[in-house]
Write a protein that binds this ligand. Sequence first.
Ligand code: FAD
Length: 439
Amino acid sequence: MRPVTPRNVAVIGAGAGGLVAARALRREGHKVVVFEREDKVGGTWVYNPNIDSDPIGIDPSRNVVHSSLYASLRTNLPREVMGCREYPFVATNKTQRDPRRFPGHREVFEYLNDYVSEFGLNELVRFGTEVSHVGLVEEGKWKVRSRIGEDRVDEIYDAVVVCNGHYTEPRIAEIPGIDVWPGKQIHSHNYRVPEPFRDQVVILIGSSASAVDISRDIAAVAREVHIASRSVKKDGTLGKLPGYENMWLHSMKMFMKMVPSYSRMGCADVILHCTGYKYYYPFLDTSGIVAVDDNRVGPLYKHIFPPFLAPGLSFVGLPFKFPPFPLFEFQSKWIAGVLAGRLVLPSPEEMLADVEAFYLTLEASGVPKRYTHNIAAYRISSILKAHSLIGYIDGTYPCPNKFVQDERGAATAQINPEYQIWNTQDQALMTLLNATLSQ
Ligand code: FAD
């Protein structure tokens, strides 16, 4: 495939998103530099037993650890769904590897390293190099300021692809009365192992995948675990969770009532916030053209392209509730193709109109701004839809057509021939997707 116009492209981050982007960009003929502030590829999947210097993660001057992984974490997607289309995440019987369908986190780290070796990406990555500033300069080019130790370097690129991840900057629940809370507070970003919670009474806020895993982990050693969940609509304490003698589920409303008395009586030791993360781009200066408002990064056409800055600036990996790696592939191929001039975006005005129409749809359906990048609606009934979305289940990949259950009984997935049918609420996006991926 010959590129129409090869570009100099800076990719920020060598997590899965940055690696997939680097692969797609180079394949299209672009010259790529990947900036990575750590000394390894893998981003989220580089487990770090250390935690931030502020365990709740609100002190802006704290030392930040990038990854939010806890020691016991196993993937919540089966391998068949998680892997890239170009490089399936198949079990290997090499020593020290984890062949399970829902493997432990180390196996994903190994897979990403295999991906790097397979496509020779290591040479593109500048390790230990943090991007501190990205700004538009004349002629539509971008200045990227990076630093290695004390050294600062300014360079000009034709385009910047932002792949810095969005599971590092904690979002905290607003709880009236919390200022008089005498106990500890910690965000799940800084949870690693259950031992510090031995014999403690823990209040855990949230009900996402991490909340489920962490509450089970902690219940094995804690005296009591009380889960407060916003998604529990019924008010009150809903009793013990099945299979546990020391874990209770409460509505958030109930929990709010409990805070003052817990504070007064000091009868709980820790509040653990499993309340998610913020999109955060401290290095990005677009003079307000792209902004984060209540966790909406916008305006972005299809969650990737800022209408008036595209294709020089683009984002990989913003959407959530969707298998990330296949998503990165589709986004990266689209970006690479547009930068080469092989694919054409609508005009800035048309893109903006599309974004505004999308926001109106969200508003009309009562979807809060902070769920803008939740693209679960593009699925039919299963996460595996993503694979039909990118033409994955085409017989070339060993996807079993049967009910799959995690050995822990925690995660399930159904693979069904019907998923081969494209079906989404956004036909325009699908048409583009189809065109992009068939190249
Ligand atoms: P990251 O992996 O976060 O990578 C971003 C990279 O950018 C990092 O290496 C970071 O060091 C670098 N960086 C950031 N800022 C700068 C800067 N200024 N300069 C230079 N480098 C920078 N996904 C799944 O598919 N399956 C799962 O089971 C699953 N479980 C998860 C469990 C948890 C607890 C979390 C937090 C996430 C989970 N995910 C899972 C989602 C996971 O985040 C994605 O799979 C994927 O790792 C995201 O990749 P990314 O490249 O977008 O971001």
